[in-house]
Design a protein around this ligand. Structure first.
Ligand SMILES: Cc1cc2nc3c(=O)[nH]c(=O)nc-3n(C[C@H](O)[C@H](O)[C@H](O)COP(=O)(O)OP(=O)(O)OC[C@H]3O[C@@H](n4cnc5c(N)ncnc54)[C@H](O)[C@@H]3O)c2cc1C
Length: 384
């Protein structure tokens, strides 16, 4: 058996599903090829925090890309609810950044200035504001900042809604179908070989998260990067001790409606190591308890992990490789793939239709490989 469609999408994570939906909306038929079940990797593991902060490292096109995408969520989630009946868990939770150390306090004016420069709404919080907004926060922290516009989705719900909508609009999904190679004719990619069949299409889109790197090498191309493992714990406390998405350093607590709190997340450069570790969980629990001592009494309901697709310069890869027809990349979204899924899908669909792009994605071109400056990709973790 072989599949023939306009577009083949390799990888059924949030990026692949969002693209399939957007293409279907434009009348372009696509089939998602997913080697397992859809949205069970990073796109399931993610906390679903819809946030963007400005800082020196985030200056530039990535922040603007995120801001544009964040602006699409409210309408998208209500469309998804109308189309599928599924609540994506979009909530206007608001966020609080903590400034616990003298150094954080000293840098806070500059930090707030960065947000204002990039149009991100932010308010300084005094000790009494913090107590009022987060009554269970430790007394030891007296400074912080409120991001009133921060929101969240429940990623398993959001991705299910995206996929259900895509399928309703005519997209197809092949699960348990692993792409093992590409079929080329000259400099054109005309299809893929899977462990079950050969599939042909006018365009193949690579949206395989951190596995995109190895797949691109099968075409003699490079998406330099590594998977960055993140561990998360899910706490349950019916007293709802946390009200906002509370953040410090790499730790954030995202409260859900029903008293659950997602505490994330580690950054571990350990390849595809599929397990939670005592060290990782202890690190998250200690941080969470340090901010909210009452969490000592809450239940630990679950732990999980996922692999963020990081590229060598921290920017996504979106668009074609020079000299390779019929092939597009949509990958490398690192810590922000949920946030960036609506805008990525939009520009991919627009580029296929030859329409003007809603966002200039030239900074994310896969052809920048030879100029990429390196993030240190060597094995390490932030646990020590
Ligand atoms: C702990 C953690 C917390 C996070 N929190 C947030 C957050 O709060 N907000 C946010 O925006 N982002 C967050 N992220 C990042 C976000 O999850 C990722 O950027 C995003 O999910 C990447 O989506 P993707 O579709 O590119 O990749 P994936 O979700 O990894 O999907 C890729 C898919 O491709 C499939 N695949 C791989 N190889 C093949 C093959 N050969 N053939 C067929 N299929 C294949 C895989 O099975 C997988 O389903 C978090 C990530 C982690 C790990």
């Amino acid at each position: 058996m072989s599949i023939q469609t306009e577009v083949l999408i390799v990888g059924g994570g949030v990026i692949g599903c969002a693209i399939a939906r957007e293409l279907a909306q434009e009348g372009i038929s696509s089939t998602i090829l997913e080697r397992g079940e859809p949205c069970r990797e990073a796109s399931w593991a993610a906390a679903g925090a819809l946030i963007a902060r400005a800082n020196e490292a985030e200056e530039g096109p990535l922040l603007a890309f995120k801001q544009q995408s964040l602006g699409m969520f409210e309408d998208l989630c209500s469309e998804l609810r109308e189309e599928t009946g599924i609540d994506s868990g979009f909530r206007k939770t608001g966020g609080i950044d903590l400034f616990p150390t003298e150094e954080d306090i000293a840098q806070s004016e500059e930090f707030l200035g960065w947000q204002r420069k990039y149009g991100i709404e932010v308010e300084r919080l005094s000790a009494s504001d913090l107590r009022r907004m987060e009554p269970n926060l430790t007394d030891e922290i007296e400074h912080g900042a409120l991001f009133p516009k921060f929101t969240q989705v429940r990623t398993p719900w959001f991705t299910r809604a995206l996929l259900t909508s895509a399928l309703k609009k005519g997209a197809k999904l092949e699960t348990h179908t692993e792409v093992l190679g590409f079929i080329t004719e000259g400099d054109r990619v005309v299809g893929v070989k899977t462990d079950r069949e050969e599939c042909f299409a006018d365009t193949v889109i690579l949206a395989a998260g951190p596995w995109s790197q190895a797949l691109s090498q099968l075409l003699g191309r490079e998406i330099p990067g590594v998977p960055v493992k993140g561990q998360i714990i899910l706490l349950n406390d019916r007293s709802r001790p946390v009200e906002h998405i509370v953040h410090y350093g790499k730790t954030y607590l995202t409260p859900r409606d029903e008293g659950r709190i997602v505490v994330g997340s580690t950054e571990e450069w350990v390849g595809f190591q599929r397990r939670n570790t005592l060290e990782g969980i202890a690190h998250l629990l200690t941080s969470a308890k340090g901010f909210f001592p009452c969490l000592d009494k809450s239940s630990v309901e679950d732990v999980w992990h996922g692999f963020r697709p990081l590229t060598l310069d921290g920017l996504p890869f979106i668009g074609p490789f020079e000299g390779l027809e019929g092939f597009l990349c949509a990958t490398g979204h690192y810590r922000s793939g949920i946030i960036l899924s609506p805008i990525t899908a939009r520009v991919v669909a627009e580029s296929m239709l030859g329409k003007p792009l809603s966002f200039d994605v030239s900074p994310f071109t896969p052809n920048r490989v030879h100029q990429m400056e390196g993030i240190d990709l060597s094995p390490r973790s932030d646990l020590h």
